[in-house]
Write a protein that binds this ligand. Structure first.
Ligand SMILES: Cc1cc2nc3c(=O)[nH]c(=O)nc-3n(C[C@H](O)[C@H](O)[C@H](O)COP(=O)(O)OP(=O)(O)OC[C@H]3O[C@@H](n4cnc5c(N)ncnc54)[C@H](O)[C@@H]3O)c2cc1C
Length: 356
């Protein structure tokens, strides 16, 4: 495997060991939301950009998501949600959001989510945009519902997009504690139940002008999508690395019977190294184009599925226990399939491009 960059490794691992490892079973089995872990990361400066180049910011964040995903992909996904929100606020022109709200997100004082799945799908004509906004004095009033927004709750905030008419969509940021917003928690997923995922219903929710991320949501999303989708790639890389490690550890049990299995950890390790180094190169060369990012995002999704399946086979009967790490990784990995841009969304993009 690739030699990893030792970015604040000891401190990061200490935070993971203290604030995440003891809760992983609870996150998986009891829908426990590890928000304190996210706050600790913020407090220790892991969302900070100070003194870093753009490439260093992205690489460091990728590293944090990957190291977390090795232990708990559900919580790594929560980091992704927060990083997506940070990305939206970092790149917008709204000085109120940048100066007053963004520092709270970076410090981990306010934790945030991203409700962009529906508009992203609407931009590729996979579904109609669910939320409608109409102009009122000093802001907009929003109505409609989104089926799932993660990493939110009391004291949290999130970004979303609503259409004003057929041509115009606006991107907003709102605290969860706002009049007219009803949140219903979902915990009936096969995994990811500790991701604080809620269905959100908007009944005349007022969003003041100072909380507008962009008046031209479609164009704005095109600008930032490569970055926020890049932070999904280490979700799969972390789970894959953890599966490979677990397989390596059982290679010599029962007189080496696992060595006769069709998929060996080395096969997956080779694929992991190839994808990870290709991705790092894109970041370092400032070449994160949409087409290149989603190609890697798709390949990582498939390799992750291969890794968690091989992990189950290598683990044997022990893996078939509900609470085993292999079973957790298998269930969590299927979320990468269904996280927007989903595998079917990505395959549609590549099929259409190929036929153009
Ligand atoms: C655990 C979890 C966390 C998620 N977190 C977020 C998030 O933070 N932000 C975000 O924008 N999206 C979130 N989503 C939505 C996700 O990104 C996908 O949009 C979703 O999984 C549907 O993907 P799909 O395109 O395959 O739609 P399909 O499965 O083909 O479904 C089509 C439509 O059915 C509806 N639908 C799908 N799943 C559900 C459901 N469980 N309940 C009610 N209606 C549903 C939606 O309108 C969806 O677009 C989350 C989904 C899950 C399962």
């Amino acid at each position: 495997m690739l030699k990893e960059k030792a970015f604040e490794l000891d401190q990061l691992h200490r935070i993971i060991e203290t604030y995440l490892v003891p809760y992983v079973q609870k996150v998986d089995q009891e829908a426990y939301y590890a928000d304190q872990f996210l706050k600790e990361l913020g407090d220790a400066g892991y969302f900070s950009t100070t003194g870093k180049t753009k490439a260093e910011i992205i690489l460091d964040r990728v590293f944090v998501v990957k190291e977390t995903a090795k232990v708990c992909m559900t919580t790594a996904f929560c980091i992704w949600c927060h990083l997506a929100a940070i990305t939206y606020l970092t790149n917008c022109d709204n000085q109120h959001l940048k100066q007053h709200t963004l520092p709270k997100l970076i410090a981990g004082d306010v934790i945030a989510g991203s409700g962009l799945s529906n508009p992203l799908k609407s931009f590729t004509h996979l579904e109609k945009i669910h939320l409608e906004a109409h102009k009122v004095e000093k802001g907009f009033s929003v109505n409609g519902a989104l089926p799932a927004i993660s990493n939110i709750g009391e004291g949290h905030a999130f970004a979303f997009i609503a259409k004003v008419n057929e041509e115009e969509s606006v991107m907003f940021f709102t605290p969860c504690d706002t009049d007219g917003l009803t949140m219903k928690k979902h915990t009936n997923f096969v995994g990811l139940n500790g991701s604080a995922t809620y269905g959100c219903k908007f009944d005349d929710v007022f969003i003041p002008e100072e909380n507008i991320i962009s008046y031209e949501a479609f164009d704005y999303v095109q600008q930032v999508r490569s970055e926020f989708v890049s932070y999904q790639i280490p979700l799969g890389l972390g789970v894959t690395a953890a599966s490979i490690k677990a397989m390596e550890e059982t290679l010599d049990i029962s007189e080496g019977v696992n060595r006769s299995l069709r998929v060996q950890p080395q096969d997956l390790s080779d694929k992991y190294d190839e994808l990870y180094s290709e991705f790092i190169k894109l970041v370092e060369e400032n070449d994160l184009t949409w087409e290149k990012v989603i190609r890697i995002r798709l390949e990582v999704a498939y390799v992750t599925l291969e890794a968690v399946q091989a992990g189950m086979i290598h683990h044997g009967g022990g893996g078939y226990v509900k609470t085993s790490d292999s079973a957790r990784r298998l269930r969590e990995a299927y979320f990468i399939v269904n996280l927007t841009p989903t595998i079917k969304h990505l395959e549609k993009i590549f099929t259409e491009n190929a036929s153009n």
